[in-house]
Design a protein around this ligand. Structure first.
Ligand SMILES: NC(=O)c1ccc[n+]([C@@H]2O[C@H](COP(=O)([O-])OP(=O)(O)OC[C@H]3O[C@@H](n4cnc5c(N)ncnc54)[C@H](O)[C@@H]3O)[C@@H](O)[C@H]2O)c1
Ligand SMILES: O=C(O)C1=N[C@H](C(=O)O)CCC1
Length: 281
């Protein structure tokens, strides 16, 4: 019979703050002893994505869910975590990130709403806390990351590129983080190829009819009951059109990417922007 130690050295953190709804699952004592189990906290644990992340962390043999935090829970509940996953709201994510970085906790962030100013602030916090790694990814779906990558690769071959993002009506931000990042990648690719502005003769416009201008790329947002998260990148050239489309069919699709981020973020000091950097693309 396998020997069982009297104390698994870390397994006692099971059932920590907010984790009551996750059935007790003792961590295998040897990996805990060897420090191979990553202590993970989740912010936004009761949300649409947070619930899926808690399930996935709980089921992972190399992770321990030490805190499942939502509105009303003290952020100090995360003190026992090495890595914190944040799927909350654009209005609160900066405060969460600041707390994590200043407490030496590595954040893996899915929450959207990051612009250049916010990213510069995060970089400043990370410089003041060397050794802390933060991963911020607008989309943790592997297929979504590939869609963005393919759009970036294709962009230089076409006169016109426009993006249509389609989401559930409960979404707070527009355009989506994925669409915003895709537009930036397309714009970078066009600049690198020496392409100028896209053809567009519009002179009379009802405000909003041509979508938002992100780095010179038009982005159109749809909010519709029944949707989860979808995006089309339309690329138009001489007599032909390429459409690259991604559809999220389940929020569980985000969790393999999140777990990959949790496993890698401690070894990536500073800011990593986008899951593509972990995928060898
Ligand atoms: N990067 C990705 O792959 C990805 C995928 C899906 C959603 N998102 C983004 O993640 C965010 C959350 O999406 P969602 O659909 O799960 O939203 P949601 O509203 O269903 O969940 C957010 C949860 O965060 C909680 N919350 C709010 N403020 C908090 C705080 N200060 N501390 C702790 N918890 C807090 C809310 O109570 C809620 O339970 C959005 O910004 C969304 O765009 C990103
Ligand atoms: O449901 C959401 O909200 C999503 N947000 C991300 C974004 O803004 O790109 C990723 C897709 C789902």
């Amino acid at each position: 019979m396998a020997a069982t130690p009297p104390s698994a050295g870390g397994a006692e953190t099971y059932g920590g703050s907010g984790t009551e709804r996750w059935p007790h699952r003792p961590a295998a004592w040897l990996p805990v002893r060897l420090g191979l189990v990553i202590r993970v906290g989740v912010l936004g644990a009761k949300g649409r994505v947070g619930v899926e992340v808690c399930k996935a962390v709980h089921a992972a043999d190399d992770m321990e869910l030490v805190a499942a935090v939502d509105v009303g829970d003290p952020i100090e509940s995360l003190s026992g975590a090495e890595v914190v996953v944040d799927f909350t709201h654009p209005d609160v994510v900066m405060d969460n990130l600041k707390w994590c970085i200043e407490h030496g906790v590595h954040p893996v962030v899915g929450t959207t709403g990051f612009d250049a100013g916010r990213l510069a602030t995060v970089r400043g916090w990370l410089e003041a806390n060397p050794g802390v790694g933060a991963l911020i990814a607008p989309n943790f779906g592997i297929a979504a990351v590939l869609m963005m990558h393919f759009a970036q690769q294709a962009a230089r071959y076409f006169d016109s590129v426009e993006i249509v993002e389609l989401h559930h009506p409960g979404k707070a931000d527009a355009p989506s983080g994925t669409a915003r990042r895709t537009a930036e990648l397309v714009a970078e690719a066009r600049r690198a190829a020496g392409l100028g502005a896209m053809p567009d003769a519009t002179t009379a416009e009802l405000p909003g009819a041509r979508g938002a201008d992100v780095d010179g790329v038009r982005v159109h947002g749809v909010r519709l009951a029944g949707l989860i998260a979808h995006q089309e990148v339309l690329l138009g050239g001489d007599g032909e059109i390429l459409t690259i489309r991604h559809d999220t069919m389940s929020r569980a699709s985000f969790t393999p990417g999140v777990l990959l981020g949790v496993r890698r973020v401690r070894d990536l000091p500073g800011l990593t922007l986008g899951l593509e950097h972990l995928l060898d693309l």
